[in-house]
Design a protein around this ligand. Structure first.
Ligand SMILES: *[C@@H]1O[C@H](CO)[C@@H](O)[C@H](O)[C@H]1NC(C)=O
Ligand SMILES: *[C@@H]1O[C@H](CO)[C@@H](O)[C@H](O)[C@H]1NC(C)=O
Ligand SMILES: *[C@@H]1O[C@H](CO)[C@@H](O)[C@H](O)[C@H]1NC(C)=O
Ligand SMILES: *[C@@H]1O[C@H](CO)[C@@H](O)[C@H](O)[C@H]1NC(C)=O
Ligand SMILES: *[C@@H]1O[C@H](CO)[C@@H](O)[C@H](O)[C@H]1NC(C)=O
Ligand SMILES: *[C@@H]1O[C@H](CO)[C@@H](O)[C@H](O)[C@H]1NC(C)=O
Ligand SMILES: *[C@@H]1O[C@H](CO)[C@@H](O)[C@H](O)[C@H]1NC(C)=O
Ligand SMILES: *[C@@H]1O[C@H](CO)[C@@H](O)[C@H](O)[C@H]1NC(C)=O
Length: 422
C-alpha cells in the first residue's frame, strides 16, 4: 500500500469497519452494573445533601493574571510538548473510578509515554489545573457530560482530576443507567454522565438491551433524554462514532413507523437541528452554560501517517509531529454541520474543538490494552492487533485530561469575567 490511495478508498475510510462496532458496545455495557431505578435518583440526592442546615459559604477564587487565556488566543491550536515532570496529572492506580477499559498500564501496556505530554497552545499558556478552584466553581451545581463512550472517558477524566482533593466518605459514584453520577458532598455538586450515543433518541439508548450493528435513530425525538438534562447547570454534548458505521443509516423523521435509510451527513444535520431547537426552547442562557465537543478522531489506518504500512494505532508510542495533520477518520462534513448549526443558534453554545489536537495523538488509544464487548482481550486476540486493536477510545490518564484542562481554562475565565451564575 502507498499513501496515494484511490479516492474511493479514502472516502470509504470515513466509515468504521464492522469489526470495530464491537468496541462501541462498551459504553453501554459499562453503565449497566447497577440496579438503582431512575425514580430513586431524587432520594439519592436528598440523602446525600440533606441535613446540612448551615449552607457552606462560597469562597471567592483568586484567578491570577497568568491563569487567564489571553484575548484572541485559540487554545485549540498548538503543539504537544514532552513534560514528564508535570504529567500525568493523576495516576491510574490513584483513581478508583476508572473503568477497566481505560486503565491501559494495568491491562499490560508496556510504554507510558502517552501520559507525559502537555498541550501548549501557540499564542498563550493554559492555566494549571486546580481541582479546588474547579470545585468552587461547581459549588451547588450539576455538570453533565452527554454522549457516547468517548464522552464517558471525558467524564471519568474529570472525576479523576478532582477526586483526590475530596476526603473519603464525602464523594460517591452512583450508577443509575443511563447515568453515572459523581456526588461531591462538601460542595453540594455533581459531575454526571448521561448515555445518549446519538444525542437524539435511538434504539441504542438502552444501557444493556441493544445491538450495535442494528441501529435506528429517531431524528426528531429528543424529549425522553432532554427532560433529564434540564436541571443541569453546565452541559457538555458530544456525538460522532455511532453515526460512522455505514454511509447510510436507518432513521425516522416524522412518522415513527416510516423507517428510511438516510445519508449519514443528512441524518446528523437533522439530529443536530432537533437538538438545537431544544436548546433554544429550554436553555436559560442566564442560568445555564452549554458546550459542544467536536468529534474525537480515530486512528484506524497507519498508512495515513506512515507511508506503506497497513496497520493501525497498535504499537504507536509517539504523537504525530506533522503540523495540522488530519486523518480521514475525522469527517469534514460532520464538522461543517456542527459549525453551521452552532452558528445559527441564538443561545451561546461554545465549542470545545478538540479534534485537531487529538488528531496528533495516534499513541493515546487503548489499542489492544482495552476491552472488547466488556472483556479484556484474550492473548490470542492481542496477537492479532489488526483485528482487535481499539483505535477509537483513549487510555486514562491521557488525552481526555487535556480536553478537561482546556474546559477548565474556559470555566475559570468565565468565573473571572463574572459571567458564572452565582
Ligand atoms: C523525563 O524525560 C527525560 C527526557 O526524555 C529523561 O531523561 C528522564 O529520565 C525522564 N524522567 C523521568 C522521571 O521519567
Ligand atoms: C445545593 O444546590 C442546589 C442547587 O443545585 C440548591 O438548590 C440547594 O439549596 C443546595 N443545598 C445546600 C444545602 O446548599
Ligand atoms: C430487548 O429489546 C427487544 C427489542 O427492542 C425486545 O423485544 C426484548 O424484549 C428486549 N429484551 C429484554 C430482556 O428487555
Ligand atoms: C435498514 O434496515 C433494513 C431492515 O432491517 C436493513 O435491511 C438495512 O440493511 C438497514 N440499512 C442500514 C444502512 O443499516
Ligand atoms: C451524503 O451527503 C453528502 C453531503 O451532502 C455527500 O457528499 C455524499 O456524497 C452523500 N453520500 C451518499 C452515500 O449519498
Ligand atoms: C513495535 O514497534 C517497534 C519499533 O518502534 C518494533 O521494534 C517492535 O517490534 C514493534 N512491536 C510489535 C509487537 O510489533
Ligand atoms: C475545529 O478546528 C478545525 C481546525 O483545527 C477546523 O478545521 C474546524 O472547522 C473547527 N470546527 C468547527 C466546528 O468550528
Ligand atoms: C472574558 O472577557 C474577555 C474580555 O472582556 C473576553 O475577551 C473573553 O472572551 C471572555 N471570556 C469568556 C470565556 O467569556
Amino acid at each position: 500500500m502507498t499513501t496515494q490511495q484511490p479516492t474511493q478508498y479514502r472516502r470509504m475510510q470515513f466509515f468504521f469497519p464492522v469489526a470495530l462496532a464491537s468496541f462501541l458496545v462498551l459504553g453501554a455495557v459499562r453503565v449497566v452494573l447497577d440496579s438503582i431505578k431512575n425514580n430513586e435518583l431524587y432520594f439519592l440526592w436528598q440523602s446525600h445533601f440533606a441535613g446540612s442546615t448551615t449552607r457552606p459559604r462560597r469562597l471567592p477564587i483568586v484567578v491570577s493574571e497568568n491563569e487567564v487565556i489571553e484575548d484572541g488566543c485559540n487554545v485549540f491550536e498548538g503543539k504537544w510538548k514532552w513534560d514528564n515532570s508535570s504529567y500525568p496529572l493523576y495516576r491510574e492506580e490513584s483513581c478508583p473510578y476508572l473503568v477497566k477499559q481505560v486503565t491501559c498500564l494495568k491491562n499490560g501496556r508496556p510504554d507510558s509515554f502517552y501520559q507525559n505530554w502537555r498541550w501548549q497552545p501557540n499564542g498563550c499558556n493554559l492555566p494549571r489545573f486546580d481541582a479546588l478552584k474547579l470545585l468552587e466553581i461547581l459549588r451547588d451545581k450539576r455538570l453533565m457530560f452527554i454522549g457516547d463512550s468517548i464522552q464517558r472517558g471525558m467524564f471519568e477524566s474529570m472525576v479523576c482530576l478532582v477526586q483526590s482533593v475530596i476526603p473519603q466518605g464525602k464523594k460517591f459514584l452512583k450508577r443509575i443507567p443511563p447515568r453515572k453520577i459523581f456526588l461531591i458532598q462538601e460542595f453540594n455538586a455533581s459531575i454526571e454522565y448521561y448515555w445518549a450515543p446519538f444525542i437524539v433518541e435511538s434504539i441504542s439508548d438502552h444501557a444493556t438491551n441493544h445491538t450495535v450493528m442494528k441501529r435506528m435513530v429517531k431524528l426528531d425525538s429528543i424529549a425522553k433524554h432532554s427532560q433529564e438534562w434540564e436541571g443541569a447547570d453546565i452541559l457538555v454534548f458530544e456525538s460522532y462514532v455511532w453515526w460512522m458505521y455505514k454511509p447510510l443509516i436507518n432513521a425516522t423523521y416524522g412518522s415513527p413507523e416510516d423507517v428510511r435509510e438516510y445519508n449519514v451527513t443528512t441524518a446528523y444535520k437533522l439530529a443536530m437541528e432537533t437538538w438545537a431547537n431544544w436548546i433554544e426552547a429550554r436553555i436559560n442562557p442566564h442560568k445555564q452554560k452549554v458546550f459542544f465537543m467536536t468529534l474525537s478522531p480515530t486512528h484506524l489506518w497507519n498508512w495515513e501517517w506512515k507511508a506503506g504500512s497497513d496497520g493501525n494505532c497498535f504499537n504507536e508510542s509517539y504523537p504525530i509531529e506533522r503540523p495540522s495533520y488530519w486523518g480521514t477518520g475525522s469527517n469534514l462534513d460532520i464538522m461543517g454541520t456542527v459549525k453551521d448549526v452552532l452558528g445559527k443558534l441564538k443561545v451561546n453554545v461554545r465549542l470545545l474543538n478538540i479534534t485537531q489536537l487529538s488528531e496528533y495523538r495516534k499513541d493515546g488509544h487503548t489499542s489492544i490494552f482495552g476491552e472488547r464487548k466488556g472483556k479484556l482481550l484474550t492473548k490470542e486476540q492481542r496477537s492479532d492487533p489488526k483485528t482487535y486493536a481499539d483505535c477509537i477510545h483513549w487510555c486514562l490518564p491521557g488525552i481526555p485530561d487535556v480536553w478537561n484542562e482546556i474546559f477548565y481554562a474556559v470555566l475559570l475565565q468565565d468565573y473571572r469575567n463574572n459571567s458564572l451564575i452565582v
